[in-house]
Design a protein around this ligand. Structure first.
Ligand SMILES: [Zn+2]
Length: 473
């Protein structure tokens, strides 16, 4: 079983510079036409402006289905110009042809929920609930990941009373992904449902909720809708036009994170306390639209302390600001950040923040805890400077940022706090220094042994007005 946090770890947090590349493209790299055939089947006709001899779907493990997602592809035919071209299945979700293909036609059988997916849960593949079909793009669209970074068109020919939940801009029946990665690393849904929607600045959040979970809508929907306006206000700009969320009932709680979409499976009975976990996942992934997708590291792995750590930190502070939890939980979660920093040297001895990013799962506490700690230290000491630095990075994200450039921007707005906070955590995060630093900002920290940490806000008052100003709503 894969836990939500492991899944979020695996979800890639990088983006190609699609917006820039799209301007260089004379035509879409490919266009897909999707048709409902009835009886759990969809017909797909795809035309490739950039001919390809190799097509693929994602390949993840499932019990009793050795060919995984490829087993749901039927009646595949290919053409090269006007001539038919044989397409051979090569195993592990790949197909090839001797002559480059300009067109293919195939059917997708929506039977993915008949097996148990062990290489990532069902939330990362496809399922259907009621009259709604949910797919991840890479379980549906045969594609060539090496296509140039040019837009992909997707048109739907569906019954009139069907809706489409799309992570891609466009509509009502045709959409465009900015490149092949945005086509395949996104979730979408088709069927008879009424999508919920909320506007936040320039971004629309849309969701579809499994009717079997309708009883929790009064809790779930406000939690989802509170986040985007807080993020848009905080960063002063929104890099994505829309964000799609699919929530359905599954065997266990799990979450799948994609480029502009998020899937959530909830098991019956839904426990109130689990909302902390899934709203954190949703907040973390949505924040990657700004940090990780938009602001990118020149060396993405080595910038993980920033793209993952700052993202985790903001998921906490902005989650509190959005009203997802109250002050005692905020204190508990900040204590968890410090606890991770204290445990990191024991789990990843001698590994610095930059180096740790090369092996994220081995150095989890270093990356997520250490990066969040750097953010907490800067924010606590100079909140306005911290926000100004993040806004500066978001406003100038046209080129990837280097480690030196990142620290220079943080320093420029905070009188050098970026480098000082980074150095403190990079050197192992001396507990006494952290206690002193946060104490000056009204965050009282204590602890014993290497793994006990407690946080209390100065004055021991938990009303929002009593909190240190940098975390106040
Ligand atoms: Zn992440």
């Amino acid at each position: 079983m894969t836990t939500l946090s492991q899944r979020l770890l695996m979800a890639t947090c990088l983006l190609s510079p699609a917006a820039v590349a799209a301007q260089r493209c004379a035509a879409p790299a490919a266009s897909y036409h999707v048709r409902w055939l009835g009886a759990d089947r969809f017909g797909v006709e795809a035309r490739f402006a950039v001919p390809t001899s190799r097509l693929a779907l994602r390949f993840s493990e499932a019990i009793g289905r050795p060919e995984a997602q490829a087993a749901s592809i039927d009646a595949l035919e290919g053409w090269s110009g006007d001539a038919g071209a044989a397409v051979a299945y090569r195993g592990e979700g790949t197909w090839s042809s001797v002559t480059p293909l300009t067109r293919v036609r195939y059917e997708v059988v929506a039977d993915h929920d008949a097996v148990e997916w062990t290489g990532g849960g069902i939330d990362e593949v496809a399922s259907h609930f009621g009259d709604t079909y949910f797919f991840v793009g890479n379980a549906f669209f045969l594609h060539d990941a090496d296509w140039p970074s040019c837009p992909i068109e997707i048109a739907f020919d569906l019954p009139e009373d069907w809706s489409i939940l799309s992570p891609w801009p466009g509509g009502p029946r045709s959409f465009h992904a900015s490149d092949v990665a945005h086509l395949e690393k996104n979730a979408f849904a088709m069927g008879r449902f009424t999508a919920g929607a909320t506007d936040a600045g320039t971004m629309t959040l849309q969701w579809v909720l499994d009717e079997r979970l309708a009883s929790i809508a009064p809790v779930l929907v406000p939690m989802m809708t509170r986040l985007p306006p807080v993020f848009a206000d905080y960063f002063g700009a929104t890099p994505a036009e829309r964000y799609a969320v699919v929530v359905f009932k599954g065997p266990r709680m799990d979450g799948g994170a994609f480029r502009e979409s998020f899937t959530l499976t909830l098991a019956d009975p839904v426990r109130a306390i689990d909302a902390l976990v899934w709203t954190h996942g949703l907040a973390h992934e949505m924040l990657h639209l700004w940090l990780g997708n938009h602001v990118r590291g020149a060396n993405p792995a080595e910038a993980s302390w920033f793209t993952e750590g700052f993202t985790d930190y903001l998921a906490i502070t902005l989650g509190y600001r959005a009203g997802l939890f109250e002050a005692p939980m905020l204190a508990q979660r900040l204590a968890n950040v410090i606890r991770r920093v204290r445990l990191a040297p024991r789990l990843s001895p001698g590994v610095g923040l930059v180096e740790a990013g090369r092996e994220k799962s081995d150095h989890w506490e270093r990356i997520y805890g250490g990066g969040a700690m750097v953010a907490l230290l800067i924010d606590a000491a100079d909140h306005d400077g911290f926000v100004a630095a993040l806004r500066d990075l978001v406003a100038h994200a046209d080129a990837p940022v280097t480690q030196a450039g990142l620290l220079a921007t943080l320093d420029a707005h905070t009188d050098g706090l970026g480098t000082r906070a980074f150095a403190l955590v990079d050197a192992g995060g001396d507990f006494g220094a952290i206690i002193a630093w946060l104490g000056r900002a009204g965050v009282e920290v204590t602890g014993f042994s290497p793994d006990e940490v407690y946080v209390r806000f100065a004055g021991a008052c938990e009303a929002d007005a009593c909190l240190p100003s940098f975390v106040r709503r």
